[in-house]
Design a protein around this ligand. Structure first.
Ligand code: FE2
Length: 258
């Protein structure tokens, strides 16, 4: 609750079973079309590849983002366990989105206003490239919400995922009007500034996930990224139900922490 990230060490990493059991002990797993519990990565020796159209299933660098911005119900807690680390690269970068959003509010209030007011659309498309040729659409998930969500002035959720941004269809202005153009430019200025603040060294840390250590990330607050890697790498993980987790945690908190 304080940092948005916690680790549990000394977990068996010979396969995914112990991690899955640990997660189920903490709270119900938040199931999605990606599956209940995932084992994923790159196996260069067996040339196994996942056919998911998502950067998580590759070895290229992935910039800061949080997951599931295209779901109506954003996954609350993200769990990763690196069962086999890459020989080179593959480090994880974590960034405190609440910290960056507060910096934005303090130093660029106009941008904060835009990002907490303008709804934007995220989507996940699978099998959509040939949609009009053979209608092989498999999955189309989308959600519309602002980048920063506040309640009574308190930041309660941030969303940053340039990979899953949909075409900008949420501004309610005439497509050819000067006002629309200015609003769009202002939005992207605000989005870029927020991204810069999230990527600033003071907001982010780089860590190497290792076998035996399971990391739990508050997906409403903390963004993650991954550096490029070479060789095989095997991960497992899942999403946990935020509601069920918080229901267990709240009785342990002070009134002002609720
Ligand atoms: Fe991710």
């Amino acid at each position: 609750m304080q940092y948005g990230v916690i680790t549990i060490t000394d977990v068996d990493a010979t396969d995914e079973k112990a991690t899955r059991k640990l997660c189920e002990k903490i709270g119900p797993i938040h199931n999605t079309f990606f599956g209940y519990f995932w084992v994923f990565g790159v196996n260069t020796e067996e040339d196994e590849t996942d056919d998911r159209q998502d950067t998580a299933y590759s070895n290229e660098e992935i910039g800061l983002h949080n997951d599931g911005t295209y779901f109506e119900q954003t996954p609350g807690i993200q769990v990763f366990h690196c069962l086999v680390p890459a020989k080179v690269g593959g480090e994880t970068i974590l960034s405190d989105g609440f910290y960056a959003a507060e910096k934005l509010r303090q130093n660029y209030p106009e941008y904060f206003e835009i990002l907490s007011k303008v709804p934007i659309e995220h989507h996940y498309l699978e099998g959509m490239s040939d949609r009009f040729e053979n209608a092989s659409v498999k999955l189309y998930s989308r959600s519309i919400a602002p980048v920063i969500t506040c309640f009574n002035g308190k930041i309660v959720q941030v969303r940053l995922n340039p990979y899953d941004r949909a075409p900008f269809r949420t501004l309610n202005f005439s497509p050819n009007s000067e006002k629309t153009a200015l609003e769009t430019i202002k939005f992207y200025e605000a989005y870029e500034k927020f991204s810069q603040l999230c990527n600033a060294p003071e907001a982010a840390i780089k860590i190497a996930l290792k076998p035996g250590t399971v990391i739990f990330i508050d997906n409403y607050r903390v963004f993650h990224s991954r550096t490029e890697f070479q060789g095989s790498r095997k991960m497992c993980g899942c999403y946990l139900s935020r509601d069920n987790f918080l229901a267990k945690v709240r009785p342990l908190l002070k009134i002002d922490e609720l």
